[in-house]
Design a protein. Structure first.
Lengths: 306, 428
């Protein structure tokens, strides 16, 4: 793993595998991440999908994937991955398919499934040390149904079910920690706006066996209410302000792959998004802004440089 | 032929073992657990090849089962009652995938109140799921049913999952003599699973179970599944014929027992039908022309075979070991729907609800049902549906209620009872 092939931007794959013309919204941060991830994983993959925005990637008779796809249900994509992986292993053992017909099994779900309904199935798959990759595109709400809050929604965000002046009262669940508590082979956070960091993590995950768990923060123009052209900028701000720590868990240890120095105030990230507009208009909600900033600061105070 | 004493659960496990299944996703639930324990022990000792994995829920178990079948291996799984309902979303889903595999359900009454013994509301909740259904009356049928189910499921003209049902406790834990078919003969009857082009492999990318938008493609694919289930009627008859010639046991879609000259016929399914068979013999001894009709195959529904067997019968006593709240018995409704308007169909279908939660059905009750049905034939009018329930049972319930009342009063805080004893303003 030390001999990573992807070291600089110019090492990123130049062939793009995912087809165009999908029904995803323009500026979809999830699709951006998926594009980059698919280029590294390659077409010898079967995506096992749970109900969410990306279910609409494969609508009969079209698919943007060069490899395979199985839609399951909202709660049990990791169990679908279990069935496919076990069946492929059986077919390989029995010599019923040649080794070159093997596939990497990739679960693809949104945060609604990953943080909530599918958590039991995900926990079970990690307990069983299933050899698979889990890719969660996290747009911090039930996006496909119009952005109701989920347990991935950040504190204070307005969603279609938290329209009040203080937004969502809960706090974003730390899925990275929940997943890492299972001690799987690999856990990482990524974001499409940091393609080099993303590609290096996917490349690493590809070389490991066992549960490899990826959470991609996915800026969402429709759900977060901003101009689609800002997706990359918002993604970069999520990292530079410290809202979205880029990190990985491997061999029992958490390492931050990016230590943002001179973090700009979190409000630089928040003010670009309509879902946080009530923090600034009609009057600045200093208390809530300070609370959000303090939580980010507290997180980084506990991070020791590697 | 060599016979060995097996419970219904172990007979089901033998069915899976003889079918040489590749993959067993599992989850424990009473009264099914013995099936997966038996298979697990065989896999552990190497007596049986294949891989077993315990999932964290039946919903995941069914997802894994469907996904493995869609990848191209032979899959077996088993559940019961609450587990079947927990997996219900996936029953509908994997049948739509056209993933052929076999799921054994060990029937058990549904919550609430939570209970353990058998009735058929669990399996009937899966009636419209796209799974085909084979219902067993004894332990030999359980083993045979699993083998027949694989032939049916994997037939290229069908390609649907199949549920094989046996009754909890009455079959699951009852030992009966079962003859174990010769594995070589089973291999002739059931060759290895050929998934055709529905599988996953790097050299043949496949998108399965994709979304459709709009009612037109949706209707098309749903109706295709219905037609496949319809195809299964003829396939079942052919397969049951092959089975009989190889193993000597008749396994028709509908079992007709002494119906040839009968004027009154019991209509029911599952292990309690063996009680009806016994009652038929006693009634025949008493000179009554009574028979029994028992569908083994509930999906697809063998309408023509049932109508033919009931042609000229005067009255049918339908015994439903299930209850559709606000309607009555499911079998009664379905039988009426399939016979309505057919020349020669019985004029009278009486409806009885019995055996809920494993409640016994006694010989006297079978005799009584025939008497009620005869009266209805004479009167030309069927009485309303009736719950089989005796005065003695009602007395027992009243006793339990009295005990519950005393327990409540004795464990209620004193202040409350003092207040209530004053009889004035009453209590909250």
């Amino acid at each position: 793993m030390s001999d990573a092939r992807i070291k600089r931007m110019k090492d990123l794959p130049s062939t793009h595998l995912l087809g165009t013309g999908t029904p995803m919204c323009s500026g979809c941060g999830g699709l951006e991440a998926l594009h980059e991830i698919y280029d590294v994983l390659g077409e010898k993959t079967v995506f096992v999908n749970a109900a969410g925005c990306m279910t609409l990637l494969s609508v009969y008779p079209f698919t943007p994937f060069r490899g395979s796809w199985l839609y399951t249900a909202m709660a049990s994509a990791p169990a679908g991955a279990q069935g496919v992986r076990d069946a492929l292993d059986i077919l390989l053992e029995q010599g019923r398919i040649p080794p070159e017909d093997d596939l990497e099994v990739v679960v693809l779900t949104g945060d609604g499934s990953a943080y909530g309904m599918g958590m039991s199935a995900t926990s079970g798959a990690m307990d069983r040390n299933l050899d698979f990759i889990y890719l969660c595109y996290d747009n911090e709400g039930y996006g496909n149904t119009g952005q109701q809050y989920s347990s991935a929604t950040p504190h204070g965000a307005a969603t279609s079910t938290s329209r009040g002046s203080r937004g969502y009262p809960g706090y974003k669940k730390d899925l990275f920690a929940v997943w890492a508590a299972h001690a799987p082979a690999y856990v990482a956070t990524v974001i499409g706006s940091e393609p080099l960091d993303l590609a290096r993590k996917i490349e690493k995950a590809k070389e490991i066996r066992g549960p490899r768990m990826i959470i991609a923060l996915s800026p969402c123009p429709t759900g977060w209410d901003y101009d689609p052209k800002l997706s990359v900028e918002i993604g970069k701000l999520a990292v530079s302000t410290g809202v979205w720590p880029l990190k990985e868990y491997i061999d029992g240890k958490v390492t931050h792959t990016r230590l943002p120095h001179d973090r700009p105030p979190v409000e630089e990230y928040l003010k670009l998004q309509g879902r946080f507009a009530h923090l600034f208009e009609p009057a600045r909600d200093e208390e809530l802004l300070a609370d959000i900033q303090a939580r980010v600061d507290r997180y980084w105070e506990n991070v020791t440089p590697a | 032929m060599d016979q060995t004493l097996l419970t219904g659960n172990v007979a089901a496990a033998w069915g899976a073992r003889l079918a040489a299944v590749d993959y067993i996703p599992a989850f424990p639930i009473t009264p099914q657990t013995e099936i997966i324990e038996t298979l697990g022990a065989w896999v552990d000792t190497g007596e049986m090849p294949g891989r077993m994995v315990t999932l964290e829920s039946e919903h995941s178990m069914l997802t894994a089962a469907g996904a493995a079948a869609a990848t191209g291996v032979r899959v077996f799984s088993a559940t019961s009652s609450q587990g079947l309902l927990h997996a219900m979303e996936m029953l509908y889903t994997v049948s739509g995938w056209r993933a052929p595999f076999v799921l054994v359900n060990v029937s058990r009454g549904l919550s609430a109140p939570i209970t353990l013994e058998a009735d058929h509301n669990d399996i009937l909740a899966a009636r419209d799921s796209g799974f085909l259904q084979i219902h067993c009356a004894d332990c030999q049928e359980v083993l045979d049913g699993v083998l027949l189910a694989y032939r049916l499921a994997e037939d290229p003209g069908v390609r649907l999952p199949v549920l094989v049902n046996l009754d909890g406790f009455y079959l699951s834990f009852t030992r009966e003599p079962v003859s174990l078919p010769d594995p070589a003969a089973v291999a002739r009857f059931l060759p290895p699973f050929d998934p055709g082009n529905i599988r996953f492999a790097a050299s043949a990318p496949e998108s399965q179970a994709v979304a459709v938008l709009g009612g037109s493609p949706y209707s098309y694919f749903r109706y295709e599944t219905h037609l496949a289930a319809q195809n299964a009627l003829a396939v079942y008859d052919r397969v049951a014929g092959e089975f009989e010639s190889l193993f000597g046991r008749q396994r028709q879609a509908v079992e007709a027992y002494r119906t040839g000259d009968a004027d009154i016929v019991f209509y029911m399914m599952g292990s309690f039908a063996t009680k009806a068979r016994e009652a038929v013999d006693r009634l025949r001894e008493a000179g009554q022309k009574v028979g029994l009709l028992r569908p083994r195959l509930l999906r697809p529904f063998p309408t023509d075979a049932i109508a033919a067997a009931l042609d000229g019968v005067q009255g049918v006593a339908v015994i439903d070991q299930n209850l559709s709240m606000g309607q009555g018995g499911v079998l009664h409704t379905e039988l009426a729907a399939s016979l309505y308007g057919r020349p020669g169909a019985p004029a009278i279908l009486t409806s009885f609800i019995g055996g809920l939660g494993g409640r016994e059905i006694t010989p006297e009750e079978f005799y009584q049902m025939v008497a009620v049905t005869r009266e209805a034939v004479t009167a030309g009018k069927a009485p309303p549906p009736r719950l089989l329930y005796t005065e003695a049972e009602l007395r027992e319930i009243r006793k339990l209620q009295a005990v519950a009342q005393v327990e409540r009063e004795e464990t209620t805080p004193l202040r409350w009872s003092e207040d209530s004893n004053q009889g004035g303003a009453g209590h909250e």
